[in-house]
Design a protein around this ligand. Structure first.
Ligand SMILES: [Zn+2]
Length: 314
C-alpha cells in the first residue's frame, strides 16, 4: 500500500516537471521569435528551425587510452552520419523572416548584391571536437564567442589535405571553421557549434580580463572553446617565415567581411592568432589590413546566421 502511494507521488512529480519544462521551452521560443536574444540560442537559429548540436558537459579526465577510444568511437559515428549540408555551417537567408525582424529592420543581405562562392570540404573528425560547458577542472567555460583570423602560410589545397588526414595524436590535430581562398571562395570546414583546433596555447584579452579555457590537463588553456576560426589563403610570395608578404586579395577581404558579419560577433571580439597566441611563435595573419577589413565589415548587415554556440543539454 505504502509502495503504491510512493509510486503515485513519483508519477505526479514527473508529470509536473515535464509540464514546467515544456512551458519554459515555449517561453524561450517566444522570446527568441520576438527578436530578443536569449542566452543559449541564436534567434535566427530558432526562426529557421535550425538547432545547434548539444555541448559536452566537461572534458573527460580518463586515461589517454580511454580518451583515444572515446575519440575513435565519436569519429566512427560522425563518419557514418555522412557529409554535412550547407545549413550545418550557416543559415540560408530567409527573406520572409526579415519582414518580421524587429531587431534589425531594413537590413537585407540579398539586396546589397554581394555573395561569395561557397564550398564544403571534408575534415577528419579527429581534427575537431565538441564545445564544453565546463573546463577540465569543472569551472564554467561558456564565454562569449570571438572570431580569430589566421592565414594558411602554404596553399589552400595543402591546408585542406592536412585537415583531411586522420590525426589520432593530440599534437597533430588542427583545423579552422572556414578558409577563404585567394579568389574569395569560402570553404566551410568545421560546423560553427563544434570546437575547431585553430589555436594552441592562447588567451583573449577581453574588456573584463583574460579569457581562456583549459580542456586538456596536459596542455595550456586556449580560446578554441569559444572561438570561430577563419583562415585566409596566403599569397604565393608568403610561403615562408618572413614577417610580411604582398597581402590578401580584395575578393578575400570582401568574403571575410561577409562571413564575419554573419557571426554577429562584435568588433571588439574580433581578433587574430597573433594577438591571442601565448607560445610566441604565431604571427598570422601577416600583412593584414584592419582598415580594409573593418570598412567592408561595417558596410555589411550584422546577423547571427552562423550559430557559434552549442546547445546546453537538457
Ligand atoms: Zn593561425
Amino acid at each position: 500500500m505504502k509502495r503504491r502511494l510512493l509510486l503515485t507521488i513519483a508519477l505526479i512529480a514527473l508529470c509536473l516537471t515535464t509540464f514546467i519544462l515544456a512551458v519554459n521551452d515555449r517561453r524561450q521560443l517566444a522570446t527568441a521569435q520576438d527578436g530578443t536574444p536569449t542566452s543559449t540560442l541564436a534567434p535566427a537559429a530558432l526562426r529557421s528551425g535550425y538547432a545547434s548540436t548539444a555541448c559536452l558537459i566537461q572534458p573527460t579526465k580518463g586515461t589517454a587510452r580511454a580518451r583515444r577510444q572515446e575519440m575513435l568511437q565519436r569519429r566512427a559515428q560522425l563518419l557514418a552520419s555522412g557529409s554535412f549540408p550547407l545549413s550545418r555551417f550557416r543559415q540560408e537567408f530567409n527573406s520572409a523572416s526579415l519582414v518580421n525582424d524587429k531587431a534589425m529592420p531594413g537590413t537585407d543581405p540579398v539586396s546589397n548584391g554581394y555573395a561569395p562562392r561557397e564550398e564544403i570540404a571534408f575534415v577528419d573528425p579527429t581534427n575537431y571536437g565538441d564545445r564544453y560547458l565546463a573546463d577540465v577542472n569543472g569551472n564554467p567555460a561558456t564565454l562569449e564567442p570571438i572570431v580569430v583570423l589566421h592565414e594558411t602560410v602554404g596553399s589552400a589545397s595543402s591546408a585542406l589535405n592536412l585537415f583531411r588526414a586522420f590525426h589520432p595524436n593530440d599534437n597533430d590535430q588542427v583545423s579552422y571553421h572556414a578558409l577563404i581562398k585567394l579568389d574569395g571562395t569560402v570553404v566551410y570546414l568545421v560546423p560553427p557549434d563544434k570546437r575547431a583546433y585553430g589555436a594552441g596555447n592562447s588567451v583573449f584579452m577581453g574588456t573584463s580580463g583574460a579569457e581562456t579555457v583549459k580542456t586538456n590537463a596536459k596542455f595550456p588553456g586556449s580560446v578554441n572553446n569559444f572561438a570561430y576560426h577563419i583562415s585566409l589563403e596566403t599569397p604565393y610570395d608568403g610561403s615562408n617565415n618572413g614577417y610580411s608578404h604582398s597581402g590578401y586579395t580584395l575578393a578575400q577581404y570582401q568574403a571575410l567581411s561577409w562571413l564575419v558579419a554573419k557571426t554577429g560577433v562584435a568588433d571588439e571580439r574580433i581578433t587574430t592568432h597573433k594577438a591571442v597566441d601565448r607560445s610566441r611563435s604565431r604571427i598570422d595573419p601577416r600583412s593584414f589590413s584592419d582598415t580594409t577589413f573593418f570598412s567592408l565589415l561595417n558596410a555589411q548587415p550584422r546577423r547571427a546566421e552562423i550559430a557559434i554556440r552549442c546547445t546546453p543539454p537538457v
